[in-house]
Ligand binder design. Structure first.
Ligand SMILES: CCC/C=C/C=C/C(=O)SCCNC(=O)CCNC(=O)[C@H](O)C(C)(C)COP(=O)(O)OP(=O)(O)OC[C@H]1O[C@@H](n2cnc3c(N)ncnc32)[C@H](O)[C@@H]1OP(=O)(O)O
Length: 306
């Protein structure tokens, strides 16, 4: 019995190590993207790496649309059960590309105030979709942050399902420092992530940096790792645990957790009953229950693609 446990642990360790090696071999953006590198470090796991390290992964125009295309593809990909987001280079992201925002945001087009405003509204909604698409994706998204996570970076991570960081991380709701109220998700999602409304207000109104330990104690991240390498290993292990489980169960869990966050308990239960009246008919329940009875780990069960 003990040797089986040791064998299982060793297999898992080898699997994670080779997956970590596969991730760190990313040479640059993956076609057709210019700011993202996409890889599959292990079965059923998609790794999305922000990849514009020379500009500290500042979010240029290409990034804002590539994220939407990328996550729409992931949503439709039956081989993907979980997504891991991380970043190449010195930091996670320096936020919106300050050299690139002028044309879209600072000089909106239109013949009069109504038309200019309408165009600007359309542009803001488009930018919002860049991160909402993460939340709309039914596959869980784990994000691993190292170094700075500034402005748009906080919008991005608050749309993810599980946040991890390394000890050198800091987070900054920077928008007030550049003269705008954050408008692509932080003000809507951060209060639902962090329990303390007062802390959210303080961070958003002063743009002060929040370091890793406070990010953990406030609930912004669930785990802090000593460095990026340890974090990526931990993130892959976590992603592997999710990918090993029934995609019907996992995706139903994500969708219903988000629905319940935005609705009353009564409405959430009602939605859940409607969801499971079809999803409970999956063969996955029988397969997983049988494996549990036989004391097998979820990784040994072959679930169909979803
Ligand atoms: C509808 C729109 C909704 C979206 C709103 C989003 C809002 C935001 O994101 S607000 C936050 C904006 N970001 C910032 O204010 C951060 C600006 N950057 C910095 O403060 C520093 O770069 C930083 C502290 C992150 C790192 O400093 P460090 O000394 O280590 O590096 P640098 O030499 O400054 O930067 C290296 C190269 O990266 C370029 N770069 C950095 N940040 C940005 C950016 N935000 N936009 C464009 N480019 C950026 C920097 O110019 C350097 O490039 P190069 O000179 O060619 O080497």
């Amino acid at each position: 019995m003990l040797s089986a446990v040791v064998r299982s642990a060793l297999t898992k360790h080898t699997y994670v190590q080779s997956a970590v090696r596969a991730m760190s071999s990313s040479a640059g953006p993956t076609s057709p993207y210019t700011t993202l590198s996409i890889s599959q470090p292990a079965e059923n796991i998609t790794h999305v790496e922000l990849h514009r390290p020379e500009k500290l992964n500042a979010m240029n125009k290409a990034f804002w649309s590539e994220m939407v295309d990328c996550f729409n593809e992931i949503t439709a990909d039956p081989d993907c059960r979980v997504v891991l987001v991380s970043a190449a280079g010195k930091i996670f992201t320096a936020g919106i590309d300050l050299m690139d925002i002028a044309s879209d945001i600072l000089q909106p087009q239109g013949d009069d105030v109504a038309r200019v405003s309408w165009n600007l509204r359309r542009i803001i909604a488009k930018y919002q979709e860049t991160f909402s698409v993460i939340e709309k994706c039914p596959k869980p998204v784990v994000v691993a942050v190292h170094g700075a996570c500034i402005g748009g970076g906080v919008d991005l991570i608050t749309a993810c399902d599980i946040r991890l960081c390394s000890q050198d991380s800091w987070f900054q709701v920077k928008e007030v420092d550049i003269g705008l109220a954050a408008d692509v998700g932080t003000l809507q999602r951060l209060p639902k992530v962090i329990g303390s409304r007062s802390l959210v207000n303080e961070l958003a109104l002063t743009a002060r940096k929040m370091y890793a330990d406070e990010a953990k104690s406030s609930g912004l991240v669930s785990r802090v790792f000593a460095d990026k390498a340890a974090m990526m290993t931990g993130a892959l292990e976590l992603a592997g645990e999710i990918a090993a489980r029934s995609p019907v169960a996992v995706q139903g869990t994500k969708v219903n957790l988000i629905y319940s966050r935005d609705h009353s308990v009564t409405d959430g239960l009602d939605y859940m009953a409607t969801w499971n009246m079809s999803m409970l008919q999956t063969q996955d329940v029988m397969k997983a229950a049988q494996a549990a009875m036989e004391k097998k780990v979820p990784r040994t069960v072959a679930f169909s693609k979803l």
